[in-house]
Design a binder for this molecule. Structure first.
Ligand code: DP6
Length: 367
């Protein structure tokens, strides 16, 4: 099968092996986190090129652990066995197959092996939390790590992660950002030096308070969402507000960087909430239109706004492409805000499920 990926887009040197004598490769395992976008990636062009730049907090507790063992293929087509938390998961194996095929032009050695992949998530399987960012970044890190077992030239630390981000992007756009600690942006943006659509870059230079942020995720519904992110991205191609949205996202990112640098929490919160509501407004005015928000999502948003008005505390919401509410707040106000979540919001979580997370240090290689 040929892949649509033009290899001249690949900013790294392709490494290959002798197909008649592929080296034995050692099993690798990586733990990689999920992330929550502050300025959202919504809309893409082939191949996995974002229509606007985005930025996210890398999370700490919500992660995927993936282990990969390639074995030299003696004949026949390469096959992949994928098990998730101990059970075979053929649907995801197909996605990985498509992902691997898309990598042949840049990692041609993949074809010489059969693949045994095992994966597990730290968050409950049925929590409605999307896992493509953590799972695809963990897999991309495993592939780059395997490649380093036979590459003649060792990559620098920086290039290793850039390459992992590039590979992760091809699996799932948002996964490109998960390979970096704390805060990462992805997509060309005039105010971000070295920004590119091809991979994400870590973002420094923000006020200290942002390294202390919590993200408590209220699981409003554990159900699998009715419209996938991929389908949502596609609908942006015909969305009447698409070009205005792409411009708005880039402007939001400029403003967000400025207020994060200055430690302006109120302006940060205003932009982040605008982004969340815009994402869902775009879904509502897609053709066909769809709604992923639930009544409890709106009730939680209303209560957060009221509580903020009453107390002046820095508590803000954001949303993924789903009904669950991410509550962002700085550590120094943890006591009052945790109490508010417990007393006022817990009853809107399905089965009382709240995932308490915070900004994290990025992926980790496991021995
Ligand atoms: C709403 O990265 O899941 O979470 O590239 O098709 O895999 P694919 O989409 P995905 O889209 C994420 C959309 C989002 C916003 C974001 O994370 O920036």
């Amino acid at each position: 099968m040929t892949s649509p990926l033009p290899s001249d887009h690949y900013p790294f040197t392709s490494v290959n092996i002798s197909p008649s004598n592929p080296p034995a490769l050692k099993r690798v395992s990586w733990k990689s986190p999920s992330n929550i976008a502050l300025v959202k990636y919504w809309g893409k062009k082939p191949v996995q090129i974002p229509t606007n730049a985005s930025i996210s907090f890398t999370l700490d507790h919500a992660h995927t652990i993936t282990s990969v063992q390639p074995t030299i293929r003696k004949g026949g087509a390469p096959f992949i066995t994928f098990s998730f938390e101990g059970s075979k998961a053929p649907a995801f194996a197909h996605r990985i197959e498509r992902f691997f095929t898309s990598l042949f032009p840049i990692m041609p050695w993949i074809e010489n092996y059969n693949w045994e992949i095992e994966s597990e998530n730290s968050f409950p399987h049925s929590s409605g939390i999307a896992s493509s960012a953590s799972s695809m970044s963990a897999l991309a890190l495993c592939l780059c790590d395997l490649e380093s077992q036979f590459a003649d030239r060792k990559l620098t630390h920086e290039d290793f992660y850039k390459k992992a981000s590039y590979v992760a992007r091809l699996g799932s756009g948002s996964a490109a950002r998960s390979v970096f600690p704390k805060l990462a942006s992805w997509g060309s943006h005039k105010q971000i030096v070295d920004s590119t659509n091809l991979y994400a870059t870590p973002h420094m230079g923000v006020a200290k308070v942002f390294s202390t942020f919590h993200d408590d995720i209220i699981i409003v519904s554990k159900e699998k969402k009715s419209v996938s992110s991929s389908a949502g991205h596609r609908l942006m191609e015909t969305n009447p507000f698409a070009s205005t949205r792409y411009q708005q996202a880039n402007e939001h990112l400029s403003s967000l960087l400025l207020c994060m640098k200055e430690g302006d929490l109120s302006s940060f919160g205003k932009i982040v909430e605008d982004e969340a509501l815009t994402l869902h407004a775009l879904m509502m005015c897609s053709n066909p239109s769809y709604i992923l928000l639930e009544p409890n999502t709106l009730e939680i948003i209303k209560r957060i706004r009221l509580f903020r008005e009453k107390t002046g505390l820095h508590v803000y919401f954001t949303l993924d492409a789903g009904p669950n509410v991410h509550i962002l707040y700085p550590d120094y106000q943890k006591e009052e805000i945790s109490a508010f979540i417990q007393e006022d919001l817990l009853s809107f979580a399905e089965d009382g499920l709240i995932i308490k997370d915070q900004i994290g240090a990025g992926p980790q290689k496991l021995l």
